[in-house]
Every structure is written in C-alpha cells, then in structure tokens.
Design a protein around this ligand. Structure first.
Ligand SMILES: [Zn+2]
Length: 361
C-alpha cells in the first residue's frame, strides 16, 4: 500500500494531439513549433476532452496528487487554463490537481503574455511556471516570474537547461534569485538535461548549490530520452539528468511524465511506476536499495517538492491509498507492479482486475 503516486510535471492541455501534428522531426524546437501551430485551434471543450482522457489514465495508474503545467499566451489565451480548472473541479473526488500556468513560447518576447499570466493567477492558478530557454531575455523572464510569485504568494516551477551543452546554464541564476527572494523550498526546475553532460564531481558541486538554495529538480525521462541527442546518429547520449546523485546531496527531486501523445513525447500511459522503472534502467540502477529509492522519486519526494503537508499514510491525513500488486518496494519498481485499487479520502476511486490465466482443461 502506498499513499498514491505524485505527478509533479505533466501537460494535460496539450496531450493527445499526435494525430493533428503531422510527421515529427523529433527536436525540441520542432515540437514547440508544432504545438504552437496546433493550439490556435484549441477550444475549451476540445482541451477538456483530451485532458480528461489523460487524467483518467493517471487516476487508474494510481496517481492521487498532480501538478499540471498549462500554457498561457495570446494564441491560446486562458482557454486551456479554464478547461483544466473545470476538469480539476470535476475530478476532485479522485485526484488533487494543481495548475501551474507558464509561458511556453517566452515572456519578454511575447507581448500580452504577462498580463494573461497575472489574470490566471488572479483567477486562482496554484503555481507560476516559466520557460527561460525560449525567451529572448531569459534572466528578465526569471525575474518577472519571481515578481509574480511574490505578488500572489505562489510556488515556482520552471522548465530549465533543456539541452546537452554544459558551457552555459540558467540554474545558477535561479538559485541566486531564489535566495535573494527567500523563496527556498518553493522553487522547482524541470528537465535540467545539461546535468547529464557534466562529470560527477561537478554535478556534486551543483547539487550542493541546489540543496543550499532550496531548489528542487524534476526529471522527465521519457521526453528527455526522446528529444535529446538528436544530433547523434550513433552512440547517442541518453540526456537524462542523474537525479539519484542529486538526491544523495539533499536535493528534493521527482520523476514525472511530462508529455503524453504529442510531438514532445509520442508515448504515454501516465504510469509513474513505469517512469521509475525507466529511470532505473537508463541510470544503471539495479541494487535493491537503489530500486527502492526510485519509488521515493514518484511518491514521497515529489510530495515534498509540491509542499504537500498532508501526504502519507498517517493519522490525520486524508486516506489516499493505492494497492500495488507487489510484496516489496524494490520489486514493485523492477516488475512494474500494477495498481489494483485506489482510494481517495477514504472512498474507492478505481479498481483494476489482475490478469487471469486460462489453462486448458
Ligand atoms: Zn514540461
């Protein structure tokens, strides 16, 4: 029994659009461009229906808490935000869904975007996000996001350092601003794939910096494996940040799904036990203790990242319970143990029948 999986980083609003995006080049830039074109035609009922399909998959995979990133800009306006907000209300019986609004295509270079983000925060967005790598002025974007966070008293969750060039990073500026604003423990950064291109001794130094500043890290193995290393035709780098090394230095970390059935990641069953297994496989983790800690990366650690004070099986907490078909934490990751049933605040929210063998005779 676990208190449910915790998904810190998923894009419900742009899930399930694979069929309308055409053939894919497989690069980050092409994925952003394809979705930028597609989202102009998004309507609230269309966004709701696709997000609902993805959210229901996550629920039956045992996820009880979720933070979804939602794009806000002059092309899509607040349609995605409003559709996902309605979805969060309609599925509150099964999952706690937190909305992080963010400017996927840049902030300072995209007039009107900041006003829309502020309007979303006024209407009740839970978290403010960012994407400095698509901005013509990344440091100013980071500063503007911190200003919005302070104004509305929100946690911050940024897409950051999403390539394999270790010669420059935005990570240090985020740590600096986190400390300057005394926002430690309230800032997360996602992807940070550059860390996969840096030697362990330097990663250790960066990890201590992150831990000191109170900046958490989310790694998105499916997307990072799919989009990174495209310049290589053989001996392809994996491009997944070594999150288990960061954890050893006290960094709060999570593994998350990110994208489902779109040009960023044309896969997705929303299973976080699969993500834990995928990470263990990619990171060469095989010892029982290491496999067990991969379960922490989709349960207790992401709950800490999201500052969920009432997560965990304990007196006084809501009875969020998920039954995994396993007798051991490490084996659950090794065997991709499937959830058999889930309860949200004490009420049964889903069941999955175990497979049955039909022997002859
Ligand atoms: Zn993302």
């Amino acid at each position: 029994m676990i208190p449910g999986f915790v998904e810190t980083h998923i894009h419900l609003d742009k899930s399930c659009i694979l069929e309308r995006c055409g053939p894919q080049q497989g690069t980050l830039e092409a994925a952003i461009a394809a979705v930028a074109a597609a989202k102009r035609a998004f309507t609230e009922p269309d966004i709701y229906a696709r997000a609902q399909r993805t959210l229901e998959k996550a629920i039956v995979q045992g996820t009880t808490r979720m933070r979804t990133h939602v794009e806000v800009d002059p092309r899509v306006g607040l349609r995605s935000f409003e559709a996902v907000r309605a979805l969060a209300r309609d599925y509150a019986w099964a999952i706690d869904l937190e909305i992080c609004v963010f400017p996927q295509e840049g902030l300072t270079n995209d007039p009107g975007t900041e006003e829309l983000l502020v309007e979303a925060c006024t209407r009740g967005a839970d978290v403010i996000g960012g994407c400095p790598y698509t901005d013509s002025d990344p440091f100013t974007q980071i500063a503007r996001i911190f200003a919005i966070a302070q104004r509305f008293d929100l946690d911050i969750d940024l897409h950051l350092d999403f390539d394999l060039d270790p010669s420059w990073m935005h990570l240090e500026e985020v740590c600096r601003q986190t400390q300057a604003h005394r926002w430690g423990g309230r800032v997360a950064i996602g992807h940070v794939t550059k860390l996969s291109a840096i030697a362990p001794a330097s990663v250790a130094t960066i990890a201590r910096r992150l831990a000191d500043a109170g900046v958490a890290v989310t790694v998105l193995p499916a997307t990072d494996l799919f989009l990174m290393g495209r310049a290589h035709e053989h001996h392809v780098p994996r491009g997944v940040a070594p999150v288990h090394r960061l954890v050893r230095h006290g960094v709060t970390c999570s593994l998350a799904t990110n994208n489902v059935l779109n040009p960023f990641t044309p896969f997705g069953d929303c299973s976080l036990i699969r993500m834990a297994n995928l990470y263990a496989n990619v990171a060469h983790l095989g010892a029982m203790a290491d496999l067990s800690s991969c379960l922490d990366l989709v349960t207790t650690l992401p709950a800490r990242l999201m500052n969920l004070a009432d997560y965990g099986i304990a007196v006084g907490h809501p009875a969020d319970l998920v039954v995994l078909d396993s007798r051991d934490r490490a084996l659950a990751v090794a065997e991709l143990a499937q959830p058999l049933a889930g309860f949200k605040r004490g009420r049964r929210s889903f069941t999955r029948a175990p497979a049955v063998l039909h022997r002859p005779g």
